[in-house]
Design a protein around this ligand. Structure first.
Ligand code: SF4
Ligand code: SF4
Length: 710
């Protein structure tokens, strides 16, 4: 090609001879991409409803934080920072890529707003952006091929690793950056040869390097490079665009929508069917997810949006102890199913049950609904709702593990999973020796109190956990609370029943409790059980506001109403274990720690996995009755973490955690070296009972029959 360069404008003529070709590539590229996306939308159009069009402001806030702000990425430092650079580079380069594409068909095209000085600044910025993205690609390829972080590995039972696909895409992006930079560099070198002001002041950027390297190249070579770089850029761009929807890179397109439509309220569970009220549930023919099309459109969007980064599985306690569950593969297996059964051409869908073909029973029952996977996912992919929906489907088909059948029957007939008599529910509080310390009211239509202490089943019936109930009542009494319990009128909160997919039984338990709560006239509820707390807060409607005892304690400590005696053994080192349904699902992290830190002389350490990265103890409620296949107990792993942190006392704030952790201390052979105590028990034990006169007066006026600690 012998093209005479006279001016910058003339350079556009280098592309003129390819204009028709470029136009054809662009039309084909856009048409193919539109077709592919349309085909990818087919299953979403056949999916179940999902009402995600509410609260636009909150959703926009989420988008700004988690998509534009890349909020979760730095939780994994190296990969996170790398991703932030790549993401920022892509955002910056979007207008430049569009301009480059347009120049091929309209040589004088300039993006509106990007002419003159602003345009020069933008050019310079994007020269560096392209360079940074290129370097990130090289580093990312090395990570995938050389350093190979363990979380990317795919165990054989879950299929093949996606390394080749990931590396291929990284290489394509690197080529795109090189082509873009060569295009700019050749242009700048040609301009410089013609004595035109070289705009490339971007020292050490890729375009700058290309310009320097091509300084003595002939005009004809520069013209060829300019043309060739353009063609490579255009072909690579459209190939990438059309290839991404076939693999993990589809998240580049879908993540924005996935994050905008993400779940807004933690701790909640999706209804059986969006838009179908409880009263009309009996009209629903089939509960839960049985076939792929039973998922909601948002859950299918989740499948498309997963970047296969493995962070969810890396934090999943079930995966850590060798249960047959790894959340990442819940997603990738469903995505593979969608790609297989909704191909680019021909008919779609096969309607076969997912359990048995895509997922195994054990896989779905292994989840403790701890929420660690969702907390970690940078793309806000949801798991708990999907797993619960799959369980609903299994329960609807009568496919319930043998070990769960008895407790479920007992819950139905007696309102507790142990099958114990209703009248024995309040025995922990009516024992004579305890009555001398704190006489508890039993609330009903006639006996009212301001505060209801909702005890729930495990604390009511399990002898060890009854101590948590007694401590909680004594604390409420100490702060002068006018409170009582429902006694025999209380039934299990149904929290775990619901999460095990037994929606109808949950509804019966909930309705019974709601009636009893309303009848007792309480204006607020306190509980020491995070599962009951979560149920009352999120699963129940029209009940008074609920607090966990740790929140009450923290407030009273702050107000000076509770003072603690110093710990007796100053050598003890305490570690607080965050219960999943208090921490991750309800963000109560600081209050329990504030209470511990208010105890004089108490030495506290943090486990590496704490707060929103807390490691589930093994799960509560019905999980206590389920024996999953596993290599190690979650609780054992947890007490080992506490030991590694240097603690010899684990404090928790949940009766289920207490059950699992005490059991794990024995299994781990740490008896005598490690103990566990509930926050309420510890607080009750340490409270300085001699109360200031004014509070004593107030308390006795409010609740004359309570005599705790006086
Ligand atoms: S909720 Fe917990 S146990 Fe279930 S998949 Fe997620 S991380 Fe694993
Ligand atoms: S679900 Fe989220 S955390 Fe898990 S692999 Fe996919 S993108 Fe990563």
């Amino acid at each position: 090609m012998a093209v005479e360069m006279q001016s910058a404008v003339q350079m556009g003529s280098w592309l003129v001879r390819g204009r028709l070709l470029f136009l054809i590539i662009q039309i084909l590229g856009v048409a193919c991409f539109s077709y592919i996306v349309a085909r990818r939308l087919v299953p979403l159009l056949r999916a179940q409803r999902d009402l995600r069009f509410d609260q636009p402001v909150a959703r926009l806030g989420k988008l700004l934080k988690f998509w534009l702000g890349q909020w979760k990425h730095p939780r994994y430092k190296t990969a996170g920072i790398l991703h932030i650079f790549i993401f920022a580079g892509f955002i910056l380069l979007a207008a430049r890529a569009f301009t480059v594409l347009m120049v091929g068909v309209s040589q004088n095209f300039v993006m509106p707003g990007l002419s003159g000085r602003v345009g020069h600044i933008y050019e310079a910025t994007t020269d560096y952006a392209a360079t940074v993205v290129f370097l990130c690609m090289i580093f990312a390829i090395l990570r995938r091929l050389v350093f190979k972080p363990a979380r990317y590995a795919v165990p054989p039972r879950y299929g093949k690793a996606h390394t080749a696909d990931a590396v291929f895409l990284l290489v394509l992006i690197a080529i795109l950056m090189v082509a873009d930079s060569l295009f700019e560099g050749a242009k700048a070198a040609a301009l410089a040869q013609h004595g035109q002001p070289a705009e490339l002041g971007t020292v050490l950027s890729l375009p700058w390097i290309f310009k320097a390297a091509l300084a003595s190249a002939s005009i004809s070579v520069l013209g060829s490079l300019y043309f060739g770089a353009y063609l490579v850029h255009e072909v690579t761009f459209y190939f990438l665009l059309c290839y991404r929807p076939f693999g993990i890179q589809f998240h580049v397109e879908t993540s924005l929508f996935n994050i905008y439509f993400a779940k807004l309220n933690k701790g909640t569970l999706k209804p059986v069917r969006w838009g179908v009220s409880d009263e009309h549930l009996d009209e629903v023919k089939s509960f839960g997810v049985k076939t792929f099309e039973d998922f909601t459109w948002k859950h299918m969007l989740d499948f498309y949006s997963c970047a296969d980064c493995g962070r969810c599985s890396d934090n999943c306690p079930a995966n850590a102890v060798g249960r047959p569950l790894s959340p990442r593969f819940i997603t990738t297996k469903a995505r593979d199913y969608a790609f297989r059964h909704y191909p680019m051409f021909g008919g779609s869908g096969n309607g076969k049950p997912l359990i048995g073909s895509v997922y195994s029973d054990d896989e779905i029952w292994s989840c403790t609904t701890c929420g660690a996977c969702e907390e970690e996912c940078p793309l806000l992919v949801e798991y708990i709702d999907k797993i619960v929906d799959l369980r609903r489907g299994m329960v609807d088909d009568g496919n319930v593990p043998q070990s769960l059948q008895k407790p479920l029957k007992a819950l139905e007939s007696r309102g507790n999973p142990y099958g114990k008599m209703e009248r024995k529910r309040a025995e922990w509080a009516t024992a004579k020796d305890y009555q001398q310390v704190c006489r508890l009211k039993t609330l009903d239509k006639k006996n009212h109190a301001d505060t209801l202490y909702f005890v729930d089943s495990i604390t009511s019936y399990d002898e060890r956990m009854q101590s948590i109930g007694r401590a909680t009542a004594k604390i409420l009494d100490h702060i002068g609370e006018n409170f009582g319990i429902l006694g025999a009128a209380e039934k299990d909160s149904g929290h775990e029943v619901r999460r095990f997919g037994e929606e109808t039984l949950f509804m019966a338990l909930r309705d019974h409790n709601v009636d009893a709560i309303k009848a007792c006239g309480a204006t607020r509820i306190v509980t020491a059980d995070p599962h009951a707390y979560n149920a009352l807060k999120h699963d129940y409607k029209d009940v008074p506001p609920v607090e966990h005892i740790s929140q009450v304690l923290a407030r009273e400590v702050k107000a000076g109403k509770i003072r603690f005696n110093p710990v007796q053994n100053r050598n003890d080192v305490y570690a607080y274990h965050d219960p999943c349904y208090l921490g991750r699902h309800n963000q109560v992290y600081d209050d329990p720690r504030a209470v511990l830190d208010a105890i004089p002389g108490l030495k506290r350490v943090e486990m590496t996995r704490s707060r929103d990265r807390s490691f589930c103890c093994g799960g509560g409620g019905l999980m206590l009755f389920y024996e999953p296949k596993e290599e190690q107990r979650m609780g054992v792993k947890r007490v080992q973490m506490a030991a590694e942190a240097g603690a010899n006392v684990i404090v928790t704030a949940c009766p289920f955690c207490m059950t699992n952790i005490e059991d794990a201390i024995k299994v781990a052979g740490l008896e005598g070296k490690m103990t566990a105590i509930d926050l309420a028990e510890l607080a009750d034990q340490q409270i300085a009972r001699e109360r200031p006169t004014v509070e004593a007066t107030t308390a006795s006026e409010i609740q004359p029959e309570c005599v705790a600690g006086r």
